[in-house]
Design a protein around this ligand. Sequence first.
Ligand SMILES: Cc1ncc(COP(=O)(O)O)c(C=O)c1O
Length: 412
Amino acid sequence: MCKRTYEADNDHDISLSSNIKRFYMASVNRRDFLKNSGLATLPMLVANPVLAAMNTGHQQPAPPATQVIKFMGDGEMFEPTEYLNILQQATIVRDSYGAGGSVEALEKKFAGITGKEKAIYMPSGTMANQLAIAVLSGENSKVFVQETSHVYRDEADAAQAVFQKRLMPLAKDEPFFTAQQLQTAVEALPSEEVFKTGVGAVSIENPVRRSSGRMVPLEELRKISTYCRANNIKLHFDGARIYMAAAWSGVSIKEYASLCDTFYISLYKYFGAAGGAVLCGDKAVIDKMPHLIKVHGGSMYGNWTNAAMVLYRLEGFEDRMKSTVQKANELFDALNKISGITIKALPGGTNTYAFALSPKIEITKLRDALNTNYNIRIGRVNEKNEGFLTVNETLLYQDNNYIINAFKKCIG
Ligand SMILES: Cc1ncc(COP(=O)(O)O)c(C=O)c1O
């Protein structure tokens, strides 16, 4: 177990809430860290050029990522040194093959958050999706999914290749299918196919990555859930980014989770862990997972780095996201008043906003100036000078006036 506290090193924004400050203050003396943690004595780590440089002081530490405002991604992606600094502030208890310690604490935490009987840590979201769908659908081979979903497009045909499931895509290029579309597709099967292989499960991603984070409306989710329950079809939820949906829709994680049988949440997209996922559901389903994880090669000896990071950063996360939404609304109202900039929320969207610049603004100049002079990162635009701005909790690292001023100055 390792728990330390560090002195505040923050003179940037006294208006930040105490939780935000805790992350802001994450920069600690790296030599103390290495000394205190005993890492400096490990030859393996000293052989690592980055850690070796930190240890001998040859390399100036990069500015903490907590100072960089990133209009891209769903959250912080910490550099290794920052990651280690933050872990120094966390309570860490090691696990053994996912049993005990911080991993067990994380599982209990997410069972509570989702209101499900049990939760299990998994090495990846892909594994969480695939194992959940495989177990829920049992002997039945058909699984209905959004055509735009990660399960359908981005999991290397694992459902077909490894789990002998046939994914049935609905609503091509759309963020979601309706309960009516699902019902129509299920009811059409007997007349469209000779062999009755059975519908095992439905999987729903929300929000939808390939639809720029658009959400499935709560009303539609409720109807789908009701239809599935009435027809004995199991429902899996790919909630990799469910915290984004919750922040922008105001619907609680528990409410979303109450609609489905299994519910997966990513541990790295916005909590800052280096990887991992948590799958929540009924005890009978979750208890099947350790064996399946092992069989598929996903049982890893130590998982505490990810679990401890998430447990630490979870504290106050929903409040920080609420502040982020409010700040984004105010910020984009103000940025829209600058000539040549248009920022619009997407219909049914979450943290990704449409961003357009007038043709006279040179995006490369704007991006470079924002990055170099203000530590603000924005993404690319297309040939029409259109792209996206994605907000995340890094928006809280500076006040809005700083960002507005930066855009004004850089547009010139
Ligand atoms: C919606 C969604 N589901 C699942 C995954 C898979 O997560 P992992 O990278 O942990 O396998 C991702 C990853 O990008 C995702 O965006």
